[in-house]
Structure formats: structure tokens, C-alpha cells
Design a protein around this ligand. Structure first.
Ligand SMILES: CC(C)(COP(=O)(O)OP(=O)(O)OC[C@H]1O[C@@H](n2cnc3c(N)ncnc32)[C@H](O)[C@@H]1OP(=O)(O)O)[C@@H](O)C(=O)NCCC(=O)NCCS
Length: 312
């Protein structure tokens, strides 16, 4: 039987192939226990950039490549970032599939100015390390998915002079962007957000401003917590995710991060959710200390694999 070859899918055809991609992702999920493609890929399939591309390997494997939200050419000469997503159905996990898809994505990046490709593998293990290193990618950083049973046995204790209220769309964007970008300065995914990065998240169907809290002190916006609800999806229960929590560096270490986290988890529990969840960089000691002290435990390790691609 002839090997399927890699076929490029242009953004104009994303809508047409999305159901096929979802089937591949579902089949991968059935054996892995978690999806292969992350939110960034689904978001880009819905709202592609002009430089996004997909690659289908028959109907059984898919690679998606797109400039990251903050992947615009930078002034300081740092490489542009590209997000790669890979979904491979179980029967296509044979020699060559990963390599062929990564090579196609790398050729696309080379033809579009080059840059750093970042691939997140959920539930990564030694087999992924071997397969992806052979395809030219290197393990770069780990992310922990952590979970905790709700409700937490405590109430938020706000630092003196702090009041909180929900995010108001059309009013709070500029102040939030400033504080977010200060709290996450130098962070690859959560730092350097622009008004359009935020607008794309707000346009998502899951966005709920009543689960996005801002905390103000007398000097203005001091911190925030943004929650995301995931419906039950076997084998996972419904999850209340701490999507982003951030405290302006000027207000860090005052107990605000802890109060925000407790308040956010309480709000999702009030919607009937019994499991809190979050992702944290494995080297973010301040955040990990906070989460562990609230009872969070590591549920899964996700790993970023990266490579630099020169412009063609
Ligand atoms: C993580 C973050 C939200 C914590 O908020 P905070 O207001 O600074 O933290 P708090 O004052 O409420 O401290 C809560 C706990 O966090 C831990 N913690 C906070 N700062 C810490 C530090 N520098 N080193 C180690 N642990 C630290 C401690 O366990 C602390 O509890 P304790 O005071 O009883 O020891 C804040 O540091 C931040 O915004 N960081 C940058 C953005 C980020 O990494 N967000 C999380 C990833 S989504």
C-alpha cells in the first residue's frame, strides 16, 4: 500500500478540514487520555493568520503551524515564535510520520522568514523525547498541569485597601494589558500581549467576564485572576481552570495572589465545579509554592520542544 504523502492545507480550507482534524485529535485522545492539539491551534483554525498552514498526512495525522500571538518580528532581534501542533492517530504512529510533518512545518517557517518553532506535547514521556529529537526538535521546558479538589477549606483574605470586581469588556482592556505584561515580562506565551491578543480571547465562546476578577488598590489595578470552565469530557470531570493569575510586581508578596486564587476557585465551585486546575511552568517557584500551599498536585507534565529555523 502506498504511503500517504503530506498535503498542505491553506487557511482558506481550514473550515473544510476542521472536522477531519477533530477526528484525528479524538482518536489520539482515546488512547492518550488527553487531546493532542492545544487551544492555540483551535483558535488559529477559527481565526487564522495569513501565514498559518496545516499539513495532513492522509487522514490520520495533522500538523498545524502558525505565528504565535506575540510572534511579530521583534525590535531586539529575538527570533520570531511559531506554534506547532501535532496530532497523530494511533495507527499512524509508525516511523516517519512525525519527521515528515515536522519537516513540512519547518519548510513553511523557513519560507516565511524563519524563527523558533515551539511544539507543546501533552503528557510527554521518553518516547516523545526520542521521536522529536530524531525530527530535529529539542526538549526545552516543562509545564505542570495541577489539580485540586474544591471547595478549598478557606476564604480569600484581601490585603488592606483592596477591592475586587469583574472585568468590564470595553473598559478594562488597557489597564489589564499593562499589568499582565509587567507581571509576565519575559514570559514566552503570557508576556507581550497586545490589544488584539486579548480581543481574540474575549471573542472565544468560553470567555465569561463574571469569572475574570480585577483587584484594585489605591494605586490602581494591582492584580487579576481569569478563570476558564471546561465542561466534563471523559475521563476528565468538569474543570475550573486558573487560566491566568497575575499580580503587578509592585504589589507582589502582599498576599494578593493567594486571595485572588482562592476567590477564583470559589467562584467556579459556586458554578458546581469540584475540581480546580491550572498549568504552571515547572520553574516558576513563586507560583508553584502558592499552588502547592493551596493543595494543588501535579496531574500531568507537558513539554515544549523547540528548534530554530533559518529564513530561506
Ligand atoms: C505568582 C503570583 C500570582 C503570586 O502572587 P503574590 O501576590 O506575589 O503572592 P502572595 O503574596 O499571595 O503569596 C502567596 C504564596 O506564594 C508563594 N510565593 C510568593 N512569592 C514567592 C517568592 N518570591 N518565592 C517563593 N514563594 C513565593 C508563597 O508560598 C506565598 O505564601 P506565603 O507568603 O505564605 O509564604 C505573582 O508572583 C505573580 O504575578 N507572578 C508573575 C505572574 C505569574 O507567574 N503568574 C502565575 C502563572 S499563571
Amino acid at each position: 500500500m502506498a504511503q500517504p504523502s503530506v498535503a498542505e492545507v491553506t487557511p482558506a480550507r481550514f473550515a473544510e478540514v476542521e472536522a477531519r482534524i477533530a477526528r484525528i485529535d479524538d482518536d489520539a485522545r482515546a488512547v492518550d487520555g488527553h487531546p493532542a492539539l492545544g487551544d492555540a491551534v483551535w483558535l488559529d483554525l477559527e481565526h487564522p493568520t495569513t501565514e498559518s498552514a496545516g499539513f495532513l498526512f492522509g487522514d490520520r495525522a495533522y500538523a498545524h503551524i502558525a505565528p504565535s500571538d506575540n510572534g511579530a518580528p521583534s525590535d531586539n532581534g529575538a527570533p520570531r515564535h511559531w506554534t506547532l501542533g501535532l496530532a497523530i492517530a494511533p495507527e499512524a504512529r509508525i516511523g516517519g510520520t512525525t519527521r515528515a510533518l515536522v519537516a513540512a512545518a519547518a519548510a513553511h517557517v523557513a519560507a516565511h522568514g524563519g524563527g523558533r518553532i515551539v511544539l507543546w506535547v501533552l503528557g510527554a514521556g521518553p518516547d516523545d523525547d526520542a521521536e522529536l529529537v530524531a525530527a530535529g526538535l529539542q526538549p526545552a521546558r516543562d509545564l505542570y498541569e495541577m489539580r485540586v479538589a474544591l471547595p478549598l477549606p478557606r476564604q480569600p483574605e484581601w490585603p488592606a485597601g483592596v477591592r475586587e470586581r469583574p472585568f468590564e469588556v470595553g473598559h478594562d482592556e488597557a489597564a489589564w494589558l499593562e499589568v499582565n505584561n509587567r507581571a509576565f515580562a519575559g514570559h514566552a506565551e503570557q508576556g507581550g500581549w497586545t490589544a488584539s491578543t486579548l480581543a481574540r480571547r474575549i471573542a472565544e465562546p468560553w470567555f465569561d467576564p463574571t469569572l475574570f476578577f480585577l483587584a484594585f488598590d489605591p494605586d490602581g489595578l494591582a492584580g487579576f485572576i481569569w478563570m476558564k470552565v471546561h465542561a466534563k469530557h471523559d475521563p476528565d470531570p468538569a474543570l475550573g481552570e486558573i487560566y491566568v493569575v497575575g499580580v503587578d510586581p509592585r504589589a507582589q508578596g502582599t498576599g494578593l495572589g493567594r486571595a485572588l486564587a482562592i476567590a477564583g476557585l470559589q467562584a467556579v465551585h459556586e458554578r458546581g465545579i469540584d475540581t480546580g486546575m491550572l498549568f504552571s511552568a515547572a520553574d516558576n517557584e513563586a507560583a508553584l509554592e502558592l499552588y502547592r500551599s493551596l493543595g494543588f498536585k501535579v496531574h500531568r507534565v507537558d513539554r515544549a520542544y523547540e528548534c530554530e529555523v533559518a529564513a530561506q
